[in-house]
Design a protein around this ligand. Structure first.
Ligand code: CP
Length: 302
């Protein structure tokens, strides 16, 4: 039976740990010919730099070939072809589909239509499970554990799909604490807070974080998702609400690390880039090894 990765909850905690183990192996030895003779379809209906290019790098390092598009404007979607028909066709051509789409639920629908595994590379404001697996790998590498992590999530917690998936994954580990820092209009959706309530996990909500930043193990900054706002005036009100700078990191834990799924706009001042606590560019590199691991796991290659 085929296996998809649409929501982070499609994988168990044991599978998260298996992905971490495989990613560490690929980091040591990235070029492994496991995808020789296989074709991966990369369908990006929404812009991407890191996710698409790190997937394509991962596939190349595994010896596979890639077909697809980075711009739906070059596909027959512009002629009115439905997602159903596109996926039906592509699943005849390839061995696995990687898809990003602006609509929440589009990836789940694609998985239902497809005869081959589908990997969700981000669906609207919903989920970004492959980002979460590379985030877990980054947390484990920098903290030495995924247990007892005090995780600060900062910025657009309403539309930011990466924080939704990450919250669910981290809630599987021992004793996490979540601090949500967001303006009232961008707070973590209620469904995710209920998920924590159901598991008895502590979380705190704030509008400012300068007084409490010293407690953080991980500060996960996010971009305000301009493309998800229906009213541009509402975006203008919150677009620069949190800007992390070097001075703010002075009294933080020695081992705190700053993560950001990227792209950044203004949320992290460039003076932070040279600070050893900044980890976002290494985090993006971890995406290659983690995506090699995800493909190997879903296709049972190792
Ligand atoms: N983190 C992430 O999804 O980046 P891209 O939008 O560039 O793929």
């Amino acid at each position: 039976m085929k296996k998809d990765l649409i929501s982070i909850t499609d994988f168990s905690k044991e599978e998260y740990l298996r992905i971490m183990e495989l990613a560490a192996d690929f980091e040591q030895n990235p070029n492994q010919n496991l995808l020789k003779g296989k074709v991966v379809a990369s369908l990006f209906f929404e812009p991407s730099t890191r996710t698409r290019l790190s997937f394509e790098t991962a596939i190349s390092r595994l010896g596979g070939r890639i077909v697809g598009f980075a711009d739906p404007g070059s596909s027959s979607a512009t002629k009115g072809e439905t997602l159903h028909d596109t996926i039906k066709m592509v699943s005849n051509y390839a061995d696995v589909i990687v898809m990003r789409h602006p609509l929440e639920g589009a990836a789940r629908y694609a998985a239902e239509v497809s005869d081959i595994p589908v990997i969700n590379a981000g669906d609207g404001a919903n989920q970004h499970p492959t980002q979460t697996l590379l985030d877990l790998y980054s947390i484990q590498k920098t903290q030495g554990t995924l247990d007892n992590i005090n995780l600060f999530m900062v910025g657009d917690l309403k539309y930011g799909r990466t924080v939704h998936s990450l919250l669910q994954a981290m809630s599987e580990f021992e004793n996490p604490i979540f601090n949500f820092i967001a303006p009232p209009v961008l707070q973590m959706p209620r469904a995710y807070k209920h998920h924590l309530d159901d598991k008895g996990i502590r979380y705190f909500e704030h509008e400012e974080f300068t007084d409490i930043i010293s407690e953080a193990d991980i500060i996960y900054m996010t971009r305000v998702q301009k493309e998800r706002f229906s009213d541009p005036i509402e975006y203008e009100k919150v677009k620069n609400i949190y800007i992390l700078n070097n001075a703010m990191l002075e009294n933080t834990k020695p081992n705190v690390r700053i993560l950001h799924p990227l792209p950044r706009v203004n949320e992290i001042a460039t003076d932070v880039d040279a600070n050893p606590k900044a980890y976002y560019f290494e985090q993006a590199l971890n995406g290659v090894y983690t995506r090699e691991a995800i493909i190997a796991h879903l296709l049972n290659l190792k």
